[in-house]
Design a protein around this ligand. Structure first.
Ligand SMILES: Cc1cc2nc3c(=O)[nH]c(=O)nc-3n(C[C@H](O)[C@H](O)[C@H](O)COP(=O)(O)O)c2cc1C
Length: 160
């Protein structure tokens, strides 16, 4: 099984997540080729059993480079993909000190829904989706992020 992983890391956090995923999957006998989107041609992606896309968030959306990349992806309908983003961790409300609910976060945080929509419109099929938080705008990654990546790896169906 072969996975091609495309990320758009700006400050290095997404690149670290990609490397962690690559190593974890290698331990399960799966080859993961990691690429930054600036080094890849979306209309001519290499063949793979699964494509993984990862973007940082900006203003509640995936960064523009990733949106454009996904729009240009040319893969047959039915191709499997997964999404693993790095996103800003929700913060407590300054006045009330309360953490926003999932519904409140979902109103402005649209990174993964936007990525999925572009790919679903092309007939691609999602197998897993998750995010790893960064605690500051440019990092670091949240405590326990490696376990989160490991849990994500476990959700990837592996065939030999
Ligand atoms: C100007 C700016 C705006 C950001 N806006 C968002 C946002 O709207 N949603 C979000 O989840 N993360 C946001 N972030 C945090 C990014 O998700 C974070 O920088 C990124 O995940 C880090 O990954 P990277 O090191 O791979 O670039 C923002 C960061 C910056 C610098």
């Amino acid at each position: 099984m072969r996975i091609e992983y495309f990320h758009a890391s700006k400050s290095g956090n997404g690149a670290r997540v990609a490397e962690e995923f690559r190593q974890g999957m290698l331990a399960r006998g799966v080859t993961v080729n990691v690429h930054h989107i600036r080094d890849a041609t979306p209309s001519g992606l290499p063949p793979a059993d699964l494509y993984l896309f990862s973007s940082p968030g900006r203003l509640g959306k995936p960064i523009r480079g990733m949106r454009r990349f996904l729009e240009k992806v040319a893969l047959p309908a039915g191709t499997k993909y997964a999404i693993l983003t790095t996103e800003a961790a929700p913060k407590p409300d300054k006045k009330t000190g309360l953490m926003p609910s999932d519904e409140e976060v979902a109103k402005w945080q649209r990174v993964r829904p936007i990525m999925s929509q572009i790919l679903e419109d092309k007939g691609l099929v999602e197998v897993a989706e998750d995010k790893v938080f960064v605690t500051g705008l440019k990092g670091p990654l949240e405590e326990g992020w490696q376990q989160k990546v490991a849990a994500f790896e476990a959700r990837i169906p592996v065939r030999s």
